[in-house]
Design a protein around this ligand. Sequence first.
Ligand SMILES: O=c1[nH]c(=O)c2[nH]c(=O)[nH]c2[nH]1
Length: 296
Amino acid sequence: MDIRLIGGPNLIELIENRYGKSRVRLVKVTRHNGHHDLYEWTVEVLLEGDFDSAHRVGDNSNLLPTDTMKNTVYSLARSSSATSIEKFAGELASFLLERNSQVSAVLVKVESVLWKRLTVDGQPHPDSFLRGSNERQVTRLRLERSRDCTINSGFEELVVMKTAKSGFEGYIKDSLTTLKETNDRLFGTAVSADWNYIEAVTCGTDIDFKALHHDVRETMLKAFADHESLSVQHTLFAMAEAALNGFDAIEEIHMVMPNKHCLLVDLSRFGQDNPNEIFVPTDEPHGTIEARLRRE
Ligand SMILES: O=c1[nH]c(=O)c2[nH]c(=O)[nH]c2[nH]1
């Protein structure tokens, strides 16, 4: 079959487009009397709207430069009193919608790395901080001109390990199976979870997003720790189920849990036993377990 087209030019439809600035990084210090607060955020801002003529004929008259969007992030960070990434994302989206009639929707993603206050001589230090881990809080907010708003929040790379109550047995065995069944293995993972807030939360003005995030995370961690795990899939479900049962504010959760294998070292070559004490942690290859859950 000849798949080349013959005939004249076609009418081409621009089905979808958005543009903006990514990886806008900022550190903000809020100087209170007696102590400072520290935030490190990475922001992405994308606009959707009437940009047909820019793509079709190079008419830039409807384009707000992405450079201006970057400046808007910094300027708003200075004037805003938002302490949660959700509030800041909402303010940024509203600001851009109000000033740009050609824009139909604004998408803002904010990632926050975790700076913890240093404890010195048993006391929280007023102005020194510790970068704990690579865990990030993330929010993705979409604000439409109609004022419809969706907020998806969560965390990435929350690294955890269980040294008991984890096994993997009863799986398919075929001619290529080498994995040994076990009812006692290490279960290490870097959890990424994101959840959608219900409309009442998204539109609420006095929602404490930081407290909500903290409580959802704690609930998931407790489920991880307490779970009698028959597989990563089993524990992922238990963690998401605990969050969905614990928080009416959440309607759907998406989770990714890589299985960071720890392989038992064979010490019999040295005449030693190895009762599940010495392992080799491996980065690659790793299992990938992913699911999306919601309340029925
Ligand atoms: O919890 C697990 N789930 C799997 O699907 C799987 N596959 C595998 O090789 N090990 C594991 N562990």
